[in-house]
Write a protein that binds this ligand. Sequence first.
Ligand code: HEM
Length: 570
Amino acid sequence: MSAFLRPAVLGPAVFIVISYILYQTLRPSKTKLPNLPNLPIVGAKPGEWLPLQRARWRNAFNMNTAVHEAYCQYKDRYCIFPVAGGYDFVLLPRKQLQWLLDQPDSSVSLHDLNLDFLQAQHTLADVKLATNPVHHDLVKGVLTRETGNLVPDLFDEIQHSVDEVYGSEPGVTKEITVYSTIQHIVGQVTNRVFVGLPLCRNTELLKNGVAFATEISVAANLLKFVWEPLRPLVALVVMVPNRIHTNRFISILRPEVERRVADYNARQADPETKAADKVPNDFLQWQIHQAKASGDPYMYDIYTLASRVLILNFASIHTSSFAMANALFDLAATDPVHIEELRHEIKTVLAEHGGAWNKRAIQKMITLDSTMRESQRINSLVVMATGRLVVDPKGITTPTGVHLPRGTVVGGHGRAVLHDGDIYPEPGTFRPFRFAEKRNQQGDAGAHEKGGSATYVERARQAWATTSPDFVAFGHGRHACPGRFFASTELKLLLAYTVLHYDFVRLKQRPNNSWFSATLVPPNEGDHQANEKGGFSMIMYGALAKTIQGRCIQVRTHDRNDDMAKTPTT
Ligand code: HEM
């Protein structure tokens, strides 16, 4: 008997199919067609039966075409963009994006959309972590403010993890699997800032954090196909591996959280004796401070504190790993002249800063910044920009009179804007210095020399972390990604380190990313195409190692701590 016909496999499959059919028929009115405004449906054919349902699947299996068709036909009009496993998005005309961003959170909510997207009430062991996301304030405020001070830690962790994973012996060629190695490196470096040493190097902690993030997205997508009343039941089964990974992550982190809380209490009780002790500068510590200040025992419960670290791993590691893996693929397939130019800039700016990595040096590396922004422009996974769930019970009405009932998911065109040839000439070509060139063209040099602020502002508009209606890869408006300033510093530092120390064996062709529902993922080892083309070789960049070198090698081998201590921190 085929393995698929075994009762253990067939039973759940039949259950899911039946509940899906029931769900399609009985699905809650908030996303039912008659409640959506009467707008054209992207992917539907004139006169066909069940247009919305069929368009959902057509779009899901042909996302690239659907995204571009939606934009070509409807960039100045409203339309419905349905995706199986996603939503029936209402896409606004481009000119109305600002109107959407100006709406209060009580009318349209990113937070509620995220809760639904993650199916948080079913997928999280403690849904309060998501319904009360106090960690967002820490990301937006403390993490952004402290990023400059954290550069030495970031650099140290990048050096440690990259050397370990890619090797550090000059002249040695190593085949690396881009996505999984980058995920490991980004996980380690990011957790240096979340939980510090030595835990950020604990491979079990990192593995469980990554597994949690992967499983939660898959489970949430799966649950969306199940009729809502049955979801709690199905979740009990599909979330088993996730619960195991959550518990493992928390049990590894628990002793450190307990130690930190005890230490915090001791410091509060006896500030004088403890005054000389060094307080860690990381997310866990900021969180303990925030929780204690709130006076709410739930907030400083060990489980809550550890779980928030896990949630933040979810928010940051996939997005950052995607961005970095894409940048490496793009660079490996680009003209090597660009890599030389990048190296030249990094070396020159570093030399101007006495060889020390700091926030100001990173800010001056504009071709580095431009390379990351261009890679993100071309590979952005944001199908719909600034997606929001209508939460006002009365619904909302757009300036042109379209009524969007409660439960509608509304947003602007995302990826397609980033590929609009009128905004970005040759939109399909990776031109790493596109934004650096724009920065250099903008404003007259005289005004800049006089310190004219207009020139500075115009140039800053082209910086990676700056959002605009034309650059929505981090979203836009008051809910734009709060972690983007940290991510941009971390990833630029990582790219700079990689480019300085490794040479890329040029790829004949940049392997394609693949769509997973409405998410665009870089080639990874699970992907057949990636197995053939996805790995690429790196050679330790020997010649350069001699010039930075002294310093980098010195930093890496003997004098790292002394050298980093000299690094300015602002
Ligand atoms: C290259 C890496 C990243 C990308 C591409 C990215 C992208 C995004 C996008 C598109 C949004 C939705 C914004 C909107 O709809 O207007 C978002 C939200 C968010 N991101 Fe990021 N992100 C990245 C890194 C990070 C990091 C490193 C952190 C945390 C340290 C983070 C934390 C968050 C949080 C907490 C939100 C929700 C904001 C809210 O609900 O108001 N992200 N991100």
